[in-house]
Design a protein. Structure first.
Length: 309
């Protein structure tokens, strides 16, 4: 792991830095690279703009590790409202939720019930909802709630992280469920016994896991594999793998973050690929933003230009 990435990930967990950043106008301005605004309305406006260009979206309200049931209930109710608005406006958007934002830290049973309510409402419109994966300490609990809910909800998908050493085994255990999987590299600070410290090893893991998803889709059908990455080399390699397996262009999806590789998003759409943009919103942006910078520390120069520009 690079020194810059280590520093940024350390900073993402620093309460003092978070307080300072949230009070600074320049920080809020810099964050706009990766999110259209803190309010839901900004996310919906961006969603409508992408829809007009033929690109779908995935919406997520920022925040994690809530400690009160009333707050977790409020998040559930917020997302129920979002699903209602998406239906009313006929927008091609899905939602993606963090289990710790819905109570996983203090009551796994009520967390499952909250996600159950969201999956039920999304199913009425024929939509999938995504369960995000947080740091490695939550993998077992997240996969357990996914297995519980997958029995009742075929429209539920889960995220897996390629940089974790355990993910190949986790994926093999999930495949009999014919799951919807969104594969990402991973953005949390993890010790080397849990996660590959070198980018080349994470990339190799990503390609191997992606090939497994493609092979399973070609043989058994089910939900399309979703590749959440901005790495063009990986995307192109997996596209070749999918074509060799006999899958058509829309049989795999690519998910990218708002504000990153916008030209590539458009190119994929023009090629007839299935592509969605992940749009985050909300006031709890600091940890998320620092992890985005850590994914590509060169983005720090954008922040500096925002300050002096």
């Amino acid at each position: 792991m690079s020194i810059a990435r280590s520093i940024l990930l350390w900073g993402s967990r620093n309460p003092w830095l978070e307080r300072q950043a949230r009070q600074r106008t320049f920080a809020r301005r810099a964050v706009r690279r990766f999110m259209p605004g803190e309010a839901l309305d900004a996310a919906l406006t961006a969603t409508a703009a992408f829809a007009g260009r033929g690109i779908g979206t995935v919406l997520t309200q920022l925040g994690e590790n809530l400690t009160a049931a009333t707050d977790a209930d409020a998040v559930r109710d917020h997302y129920l409202g979002v699903l209602t608005l998406l239906g009313q406006r006929d927008l091609p958007a899905l939602i993606s939720v963090k289990p710790t934002q819905l109570g996983l830290d203090f009551d796994a049973g009520t967390c499952v019930a909250r996600i159950d309510a969201l999956a039920t409402q999304a199913a009425r419109r024929g939509d999938r909802i995504w369960v995000d994966m947080e740091d490695s300490s939550y993998v077992d609990a997240t996969l357990e709630l996914f297995r519980q809910l997958r029995r009742r909800h075929e429209n539920l998908g889960v995220c897996l992280q390629a940089y974790l050493r355990r993910t190949a085994a986790d994926l093999e255990g999930l495949l009999p469920l014919k799951p919807a999987i969104r594969l990402v590299k991973g953005a949390y600070a993890e010790p080397p016994d849990r996660a590959f410290p070198a980018k080349r090893d994470t990339d190799a893991s990503y390609l191997a896991l992606g090939a497994t998803l493609i092979e399973h889709a070609a043989r058994h059908g089910g939900a399309p594999p979703v590749f959440g990455t901005h790495d063009v080399r990986l995307i192109q390699s997996l596209q070749h793998t999918a074509a060799a397996a006999g899958l058509d262009r829309k049989a795999c999806e690519v998910h990218m973050l708002y504000g990153i590789r916008t030209a590539e998003q458009e190119r994929l759409k023009q090629e007839g690929r299935a592509v969605r943009v992940l749009i985050s919103y909300g006031s709890a942006w600091f940890r998320w933003y620092m992890r985005r910078l850590a994914e590509r520390p060169a983005n720090v120069w954008f922040v500096i230009r925002s300050v002096v520009g």
